[in-house]
Ligand binder design. Structure first.
Ligand SMILES: *[C@@H]1O[C@H](CO)[C@@H](O)[C@H](O)[C@H]1NC(C)=O
Ligand SMILES: *[C@@H]1O[C@H](CO)[C@@H](O)[C@H](O)[C@H]1NC(C)=O
Length: 393
C-alpha cells in the first residue's frame, strides 16, 4: 500500500489539505502501478449522501450545513448524488468513460462514527469494500483520499477546526525539515523533530498529489507592504493573491470568481515540484472546470460544455508536455465525474462530466464526457510509453 500526497488547492476560498494513498493492485491483476491513471475525482461528503445510514456518525460538515446558513443556496449534502446507494450505476458510468481509476475519499464518520471512541463501524467498512470490489471488477483502480474535509464531529469538537497544527506540510516529508524561510519566520510555532523523527520523515512519501485549477500572482506581505483586502491571507503566512496585474487578467476569466484559465500554470506547478523535489512521482489529483448556475440562461443544464472541453484539453496537453520534458507524472483525475455538492457553493456550481438532476438523481453525459473518453482512447498508449521511459530512467 503506497502512502501519501499533500496538496493545497484554492476552491471556495478554502485551503484544503489532502492525504491520499493508492491501493496498488497485486501483480496478478491487469494494471501495473506504472500504468498512467486516467480517472475522475470525488469526495465522500460531496457525493455519498446517506448521513445516518448503517451506523454512520455525524461529520463536521453534516453539523455545519445544518447549523450555519453558510451555504449559498441553503442546501446540504444529506442526499448529494446519493452515491452511497448508487455506486454500482456510477461505476458503470466510469466504465463507459473508459477511465482506469477512481479517486474517492473515505468518510471517517462512516468508519469511526464516534471519532476516537467506540468501535469501528462494519457498515461503513462494508460500503467501501463493496465499492472497491465493484471498481476492481471493472479494472478501475481505487485511489483513496484518507480525509477530504469531513471528519467526525467528535474530532472537530476535540481538536478544533480542520486546519490545525496536527496537519503536515509537504517539505518535511521529503527533506526531514521545514523550509529555511519558514523556520526564520514562524520557527517557534513549528514542531521540533528529534533526529530519529527526521530520519523517518525523510522521503516518507511515495508521491505528490497536485490539485490545480487556477493561477494567481502572489505577493509576499512580510517583507513588502500589502493593503488589506479580501485576497490578503494571514493564516498561512501573509500573502496577497491577485489574478490580474495592473488590470490585465492572468488568464481567461470564468463565471467563478476564483477560477481563471491559465494552462501554463499547470506546467509551472509540475516543473517546480519536479525540480524542487527531485522528480518525486506526481499525480494530478484534481483539475476541472466549474460553471455557475444561471450563467447560461438559455441552457441552464449546459450539456454542450465546450468551455469545459477547452479547459480540459489545454490542461491535459500541458500535463503531456511536462511528461515529454521528463516530469514523472503518473495520473490525471478530473474533478468531477458528475455535478455534486460544492461545499459553500452548495449545488450552484457544476463541475460534472455528467449532469445530475437532483430531483430524480438521473445522470446525463455532457459533451465533455465523450470528449474525455476519446482523449483517453487516443492518448493512453503514447502516454504509457513515455511515462515508462522516465520511470525506468
Ligand atoms: C449557452 O449555451 C448554448 C447552447 O449550448 C451555447 O451555444 C451558448 O454559446 C452558451 N452561451 C454562453 C453565454 O455561454
Ligand atoms: C428533473 O427531472 C424532472 C422529471 O423529469 C423534470 O421535471 C425537471 O425539469 C428536471 N430538472 C432539471 C433541473 O433538469
Amino acid at each position: 500500500m503506497g502512502f501519501s500526497i499533500l496538496a493545497v488547492k484554492m476552491k471556495s476560498a478554502f485551503l484544503q489539505l489532502l492525504i491520499s494513498f493508492s491501493l496498488l493492485l497485486s501483480p496478478c491483476q491487469s494494471l501495473s502501478p506504472q500504468t498512467f491513471l486516467f480517472g475522475t475525482a470525488s469526495s465522500s461528503y460531496q457525493f455519498e449522501g446517506a448521513p445516518l445510514a448503517d451506523g454512520k456518525g455525524l461529520s463536521n460538515w453534516d453539523v455545519f450545513t445544518h447549523r450555519s446558513g453558510g451555504i449559498t443556496d441553503g442546501s446540504n449534502a444529506d442526499i448529494a448524488v446519493d452515491q452511497y446507494h448508487r455506486y454500482l450505476e456510477d461505476v458503470d458510468l466510469m466504465e463507459d468513460l473508459n477511465v482506469n481509476s477512481y479517486r474517492f475519499s473515505i468518510s471517517w464518520a462512516r468508519v469511526l462514527p464516534k471519532g476516537r471512541f467506540g468501535e469501528v463501524n462494519m457498515g461503513g467498512i462494508n460500503y467501501y469494500n463493496n465499492l472497491i470490489d465493484a471498481l476492481l471488477l471493472k479494472g478501475i483502480q481505487p485511489f483513496v483520499t484518507l480525509c477530504h474535509y469531513d471528519i467526525p464531529q467528535e474530532l472537530e469538537d476535540r481538536y478544533g477546526s480542520f486546519v490545525s497544527h496536527e496537519f503536515q506540510f509537504l517539505e518535511p516529508l521529503i527533506f526531514g525539515r521545514y523550509p529555511r524561510v519558514m523556520e526564520e519566520h514562524v520557527g517557534n510555532m513549528l514542531p521540533k523533530f528529534s533526529s530519529n523523527e527526521k530520519v523517518k520523515l525523510k522521503r516518507s512519501l511515495d508521491f505528490i498529489g497536485i490539485n490545480h485549477y487556477a493561477s494567481y500572482y502572489v505577493k509576499d506581505c512580510i517583507s513588502s507592504y500589502c493593503a488589506p483586502g479580501q485576497w490578503v491571507f494571514r493564516s498561512h503566512g501573509t500573502f496577497d493573491l491577485r489574478d490580474d496585474k495592473d488590470g490585465v487578467p492572468l488568464g481567461e476569466t470564468t463565471s467563478l470568481v476564483w477560477l481563471n484559465v491559465y494552462p501554463l500554470g499547470m506546467i509551472n506547478v509540475i516543473n517546480y515540484l519536479r525540480d524542487r523535489y527531485n522528480n518525486t512521482p506526481m499525480y494530478i489529483t484534481e483539475n476541472g472546470f466549474g460553471d455557475g448556475v444561471g450563467q447560461n440562461t438559455t441552457n441552464e443544464l449546459n450539456y454542450y460544455d465546450f468551455k469545459r472541453i477547452d479547459y480540459m484539453d489545454a490542461h491535459l496537453n500541458a500535463v503531456l508536455q511536462t511528461i515529454r520534458n521528463g516530469a514523472d507524472v503518473r495520473g490525471y483525475f478530473v474533478w468531477s465525474l458528475m455535478d455534486n455538492f460544492e461545499w459553500n457553493d452548495g449545488y450552484t456550481v457544476k463541475f460534472g462530466l455528467y449532469h445530475v438532476n437532483f430531483t430524480t438523481q438521473k445522470r446525463s453525459p455532457r459533451s465533455s464526457a465523450s470528449w474525455y473518453k476519446n482523449f483517453i482512447q487516443k492518448n493512453s498508449h503514447n502516454i504509457n510509453k513515455l511515462a515508462k521511459l522516465h520511470q525506468a530512467a
